[in-house]
Design a protein around this ligand. Structure first.
Ligand code: SF4
Ligand code: SF4
Length: 283
């Protein structure tokens, strides 16, 4: 069993409690207008455009059965991101297919310095079996386990995964279903179901909303999400992270939205607190 790994950040202080290693998997089933990592959305189609563009010779054709695919040599890569900028398919050639054990081997060297791992993406829950096995290995080695998700996996169907998961950091992109479709291209029915389900199990570590003025009604989303979570706060406190839209990395057709000012963010944080969220973080 393998997953496509986009990158592994050995130390992160922003992906959950304490110092953590963050693993980013490739591929996503939403199309958020404000996506900051569009190169994680799709899997490479092997057009080869990036091979010629790479100034370091880190990309090459390699055999793949009767076909061929793009190979990547991390030792030669100078991390100039030329390949990311040139790709018109929202993909990256700097992907490695890894088993759960191989992925853990990249985490193991940090063990004395980290509290746990967080798996993100793309949308990491596209690989539930990989996650289950990877988290089991992490747990066996004393590490905490968090999932960063858009909420489109039906978590009720994956009790084995939840059994080895400390918590989920869940994006609520918009409370209103029509607005959610505008922001992401798909309905939020399952996201909301997951939000309540995970909260009822004490497995919802945090919810987060990216605030993009003019794209959707952030006030309604924060108010209604916080109110929905109020009854569950006694099971386990759930924090709300309010994230300001920033245009860095966003595809150029969507980069023109304004950045929210601090007054708006503070007022949204106040609404979340009014509705019973004890811990609100603005970033
Ligand atoms: S990463 Fe993008 S540009 Fe490179 S081969 Fe794949 S699809 Fe083409
Ligand atoms: S980031 Fe690495 S693989 Fe991509 S173009 Fe630059 S050197 Fe080549």
């Amino acid at each position: 069993m393998k997953a496509l790994v986009n990158k592994i950040i050995p130390f992160s202080a922003v992906d959950g409690p304490g110092n953590r290693t963050s693993v980013f998997l490739q591929g996503c089933n939403m199309n958020c207008r404000y996506c900051h990592n569009p190169e994680t959305r799709k899997v490479c189609i092997g057009c080869g455009d990036c091979i010629e563009a790479c100034p370091a010779g880190a990309l090459f054709w390699m055999k793949d059965g009767n076909s061929r695919k793009v190979g990547y040599d991390p030792a030669k890569c100078v991390f100039c991101d030329t390949c990311i900028h040139i790709c018109t398919h929202d993909a990256s050639p700097r992907i490695q297919e890894m088993t759960p054990q191989e992925t853990f081997d990249k985490v193991a060297r940090q063990i004395p310095f980290i509290r746990g791992v967080t798996v993100s993406g793309g949308e990491c829950t596209l690989y539930p079996e990989f996650l289950t096995e990877f988290f089991q290995i992490c747990r066996d080695n004393g590490l905490g386990t968090l999932i960063d998700s858009n909420g489109t996996l039906d978590f009720k169907q994956y009790p084995e995964l939840l059994a080895v998961t400390d918590g989920v950091m869940l994006d609520i992109k918009a409370f209103d279903e029509t607005e959610h479709k505008t922001v992401t291209g798909i309905s939020n029915g399952l996201v909301m179901e997951n939000c309540r389900y995970l909260a009822s199990l004490g497995k919802l570590y945090e919810v987060r909303t990216v605030v993009v003025p003019g794209l959707f009604d952030a006030e309604e989303t924060v108010r209604k999400t916080a109110a929905m979570l109020r009854p569950y706060q006694k099971i386990q406190p759930i924090r709300y992270k309010i994230i300001a839209f920033r245009p860095m990395g966003v595809r150029k057709e969507y980069a023109g939205y304004p950045v929210p000012d601090s007054n708006l963010l503070e007022s949204l944080a106040g609404i979340a607190r009014e509705e019973g969220i004890g811990k609100v973080v603005i970033i």
